[in-house]
Design a protein around this ligand. Structure first.
Ligand SMILES: [Fe+2]
Length: 251
């Protein structure tokens, strides 16, 4: 057995859908209740669906009983405030796990590289069912910011930098890619992030919105990349030195 994966995502691990007309929508995310949750950078989250329908954003595997990132429970008080965001998350008709709006404060390219991580969406996902992927719907207009994707955490070759204007819609296999967002600011970025189960219904949705792997990267000078890469290595080695230092050295 193996997981059911989307053919549209198999080639490059991500797919970009038609842009959404975000300008026609009310800014529902400003009405939501956010909780502090440090993820990749200085972040807060407003869950629409969580493990048990409570306003918290922990992985479903950290609950009792632990389970994979499926069968998210919609949070009535949040859904009432964000009916359009909820409708967008439900539109494909597939199983939804975690669904939340992320708020990300501005950062630097080197911060984003430092924050690169792989998700663990498919922990406890039963073999033979659909592979869990993530939808990113950018809500604020951040055309100079980007979602960074890397197959190899420390190798900038082949880095993908997907621009994030308002209404950008991207589906990513976030367990395959190292990923993080570079938010240039000056305002925070808001994005609806939803865990979806792959399968024929998701494939139909991707086809309906003309999913493509064609992407024009945010341009970036090689010198900037090299300097940021060096800075990240330095920060990581400083952190590991701090973690292995004897406790009495911290006085
Ligand atoms: Fe992630």
């Amino acid at each position: 057995m193996s997981y059911l994966k989307s053919a549209a995502l198999a080639e490059r691990g991500f797919v970009i859908l038609d842009g959404y007309d975000q300008s026609a929508d009310p800014m529902e995310w400003h009405e939501l209740t956010f909780v502090d949750w440090k993820s990749s950078g200085d972040t807060r989250f407003a869950p629409l669906a969580s493990a048990k329908g409570e306003i918290e954003v922990d992985g479903f595997w950290n609950h009792t009983p632990p389970r994979t990132d499926k069968d998210g429970v919609w949070i009535d008080s949040q859904v009432e405030k964000a009916p359009r965001l909820t409708a967008r998350a439900k539109e494909p008709g597939v199983n939804v796990g975690r669904c939340r709006v992320i708020e990300l404060q501005p950062n630097h390219y080197a911060d984003a590289l430092y924050n690169l991580h792989q998700d663990d969406n498919n922990r406890l996902n039963p073999d033979g069912t659909g592979w869990i992927v993530r939808a990113f719907f950018n809500l604020t207009d951040d055309p100079d910011s980007c979602l960074i994707l890397r197959e190899d955490r420390f190798n900038p070759a082949g880095e993908i930098r997907i621009p994030l204007p308002a209404g950008a819609q991207v589906i990513v296999d976030t367990q395959r890619f190292w990923h993080a967002v570079w938010q240039k600011g000056p305002e925070p970025r808001y994005c609806l992030i939803t865990s979806w189960e792959s399968g024929p219904m998701l494939d139909s949705y991707i086809a309906k919105y003309h999913g493509t792997t064609e992407n024009t990267d945010i341009p970036l000078d090689q010198t900037v990349i090299d300097e940021a890469q060096a800075l990240v290595h330095r920060r990581l080695s400083e952190r590991s030195a701090a973690l292995t230092a004897p406790a009495d050295l911290e006085d």
